[in-house]
Every structure is written in structure tokens, then in C-alpha cells.
Ligand binder design. Structure first.
Ligand SMILES: [Zn+2]
Length: 150
């Protein structure tokens, strides 16, 4: 375990740490992501609007249909997962598959940034290899190549 993993405050892992280990047990999440993709391929805007549904599908995989899991558009416009209410908050102004998967990763694995980053990145890479190839690391995040970060 590295020093950053021991810290309680949210310190993000490096790209190397995120990709250092292959996650196991991702099959059902990979299938859910593939199915979602098959349903919402094509129209970019429709696909973006279906992102909350992707969150819902991931939560159902994690907790089962009996679990009280909901998604909601956050008033503070931040991606987050609230463990007490099992609510995944989606930034309506920045609909992102990877960010949604990241919060689903927190839902499944808890507060570990390493596991949440690994979950979202590896799922995205496996299901969208062409899109993944167009991304580059900026710290712990993947951004479109050439896109400025502020
Ligand atoms: Zn996180």
C-alpha cells in the first residue's frame, strides 16, 4: 500500500496506480454497460440523456432490484454518491459516462478513490476501446486528447 492510499482525505491515485491491477468480478458490470450502449447508440443527445439510466443499471447490478437505489440530478452540480440514501448524483451540465461509472464504483467499493477510478477506467476501456484510445490522462482523470483543463 502506498502512502497516498493510507491517507483518509481524498487523495487521487496516479494513472499508473489506477492501471496497475486488473479488477476482477467486472463481468456483470461490463455486460450492463454493453447493453446500455446497445440501447442508446447513435444519437449523441439521446445517449447523454440516458446516462442517469446507466447509473440506475449499475446500482441495480450492485445492490439488486430490491435495494432502494435512486439517481437524482444534484442541485450542486457535482457527481457524488450518498451511501445513506443510496443516491448517485449526476452533474446535469456535464453528462459523462466515466464520471457516472466512477460514482457507481464508489457505490460498489466504498470510498476508495483507487478502486472507483480503476472500476470506471477499466470498464470504459473494455467496452469502448476506440473512445478510450482518444483519451489521455490529466492527473487521475481521462480527458479527450488536446482538450484544455482549467
Ligand atoms: Zn471519487
Amino acid at each position: 500500500m502506498t502512502t497516498s492510499e493510507k491517507k483518509k482525505v481524498a487523495t487521487y491515485p496516479t494513472a499508473e496506480e489506477i492501471m496497475a491491477g486488473e479488477m476482477e468480478g467486472l463481468d456483470k458490470y461490463r455486460e450492463a454497460l454493453k447493453n446500455w450502449n446497445t440501447c442508446y447508440k447513435g444519437n449523441v443527445e439521446k445517449r447523454k440523456l440516458a446516462i442517469p439510466l446507466l447509473a440506475r443499471w449499475m446500482l441495480v447490478e450492485a445492490f439488486g432490484t430490491e435495494a432502494a437505489c435512486e439517481y437524482s440530478i444534484s442541485k450542486s452540480y457535482m457527481y457524488a454518491f450518498n451511501r445513506d440514501t443510496k443516491t448517485l448524483f449526476i452533474d446535469a451540465y456535464n453528462l459523462s459516462i466515466i464520471s457516472t461509472l466512477h460514482e457507481a464504483g464508489h457505490a460498489i467499493f466504498g470510498s476508495s478513490e483507487l478502486l472507483a477510478c480503476r472500476f470506471s477506467t477499466q470498464l470504459f476501456r473494455d467496452v469502448f476501446p476506440k473512445s478510450y484510445a482518444k483519451l489521455e490522462w490529466k492527473g487521475h482523470m481521462l480527458k479527450k486528447k488536446g482538450k484544455k483543463t482549467c
